[in-house]
Every structure is written in C-alpha cells, then in structure tokens.
Design a protein around this ligand. Sequence first.
Ligand SMILES: Nc1ncnc2c1ncn2[C@@H]1O[C@H](COP(=O)(O)OP(=O)(O)OP(=O)(O)O)[C@@H](O)[C@H]1O
Ligand SMILES: [Mg+2]
Length: 258
Amino acid sequence: MASDGVLLDARGITKVFGGVRAVDDVSLRVQTGTLHALIGPNGAGKTTLFNTLSGYARPERGTVVFRGTDVTRAPNWQRVRMGMGRTFQTPSVFPELTVDENVRLGVRAYAREAFRLRTPRGEAAAAVDRRVDELLGFVGITGSRERSLAVLSAGTQRLCEIAMSLSTDPALVLLDEPMAGLAESETDRIITVIRDLRERLGLTVLFVEHNMRVVLSLADRITVLDRGKLLAEGTPDDIAANPAVRDAYLGEGVLDHV
Ligand SMILES: Nc1ncnc2c1ncn2[C@@H]1O[C@H](COP(=O)(O)OP(=O)(O)OP(=O)(O)O)[C@@H](O)[C@H]1O
Ligand SMILES: [Mg+2]
C-alpha cells in the first residue's frame, strides 16, 4: 500500500515559547500510505510539532509542504480542506451531546461546503445521514450512537473523535496520543481502527504514542524527538536498536519490555 510519494514534508521546523525551543530544527517526511509514529519523552515537542503541521501554531523557522503545496502560513481550515485531519491530546468532543450528534456536527460542517449549490436539500440531508452511518460503522460505535458521550468510556470517546476527524474526508490523519489513559481492551480497538484507516480507507496516519510495544508493532516509520530536537528516524527495527533512543528513554522503562 505504501508508495514513494511524500504526502507531508516538514523541513527545519523551529517553534519557540519564550526562551524554550519546544521544537528545534526538526524535519519530518511522511510517505503516502504509511503509519508513521512520532515518539519522545514528555515535553519533547510532539504536540507542538503537530500544531505547526496542522496550522494551530506558526513556526518561527521552517516550511511545511502538504501534497506538494507550501502550507506553512496557511490557516488550519485551509489544511483541513486540502485533506489533513487531526485529533487532540485532550479530547475535543462535546460530552453533553450524543455520539451521533457529535459526528453529525462534523459531517454537516463539511457537507455544507461539499454539497451546497450542487445537491437538492433532501438529497444533501440523506447524504449526511449516510456519511454519519458510515463513520460510526467504521469505528464500530453505531450501538452507542444515541448515548451522551459523557456517560461512555474513554475508548468510545476516542473512537468518536476519530470518526469526527474523518468527517472532512482527509488523506492524512494526525492522531495525538489516541490511546492515552485507555484500558487494554480499548487500546486494542484503537490499534485495529488505525490499521483499518490505511487498509480499508487508504489513509496515511501520523500518530503520537508512548507505549513502545504498540508503536513498534503498528508503525512503518518512527520519528523520535528529544528536548525539541530530532533524535532518530527509521524503521521499528532501527529505532529499537538505536542507542541514543534507548538513552533518551532511560529511566522511563518504556523499552524494557520490547
Ligand atoms: N503554549 C505554550 N507555551 C509555553 N510553552 C509551551 C507551550 N506549549 C508547549 N510548551 C512547552 O514546549 C515543550 C514541548 O511541549 P509539547 O507539549 O509539545 O511536548 P510533548 O512531546 O507533546 O509532551 P507530552 O508527551 O507530555 O504530550 C515543553 O517544554 C512545554 O512546556
Ligand atoms: Mg503532547
């Protein structure tokens, strides 16, 4: 499924907060059709890099090229429209609304643009219904659709958020710690969904994850950050054997079991 095409190419990204170089001259290249993991100890700059890639933060230096277009200065909505979706480390769903309502909000917002002027009102509504069904079915939460998110498990909330990130029909999805704080059975479900994003939907995925066993079994490529800097990039085998990576994680115990 992987091809030689470069979907996202970030070069020399630097993002500074006050005196802190949260991201310091980092380059990251995501190939079309890959599951690419971004890892590193707490505070390494993973979320900040995600923010510069998706348009939530503007880097002081560096360029972000998405699908061949320089989007470094493009706002988030423009990148979304070009096919970049994302989820957040802190869930950004509406807990008081139902699963169905949350996903429908995303689909409607996108459909307003995609269907407007071209499709009669009734047909557009039916298309929204179909798309909501499709997305809920894809992540496997159709049975919970009428329940408020607040009463559901963290895993179901994550799945709902992934469904929402798909509502804009992305080619690339950025997932920031989609498995954080989940029970093991829920983690397995998210792993399956990430695999399905590629196998069934043909998407490319860039994800942040701390569990090294998950990362090494799921990712085709791994980029490692440490204190804002690029520490290593390679296949799971390269990364597991890399002494600098093992050093950076020393004390956290995350590589002890792999
Ligand atoms: N808005 C901000 N203002 C000031 N400093 C920030 C801001 N966002 C992040 N930082 C700092 O930048 C550095 C990188 O933070 P970031 O959240 O990107 O790390 P991370 O790798 O995502 O960590 P974690 O694994 O804990 O999620 C940290 O030192 C953090 O305190
Ligand atoms: Mg983070």
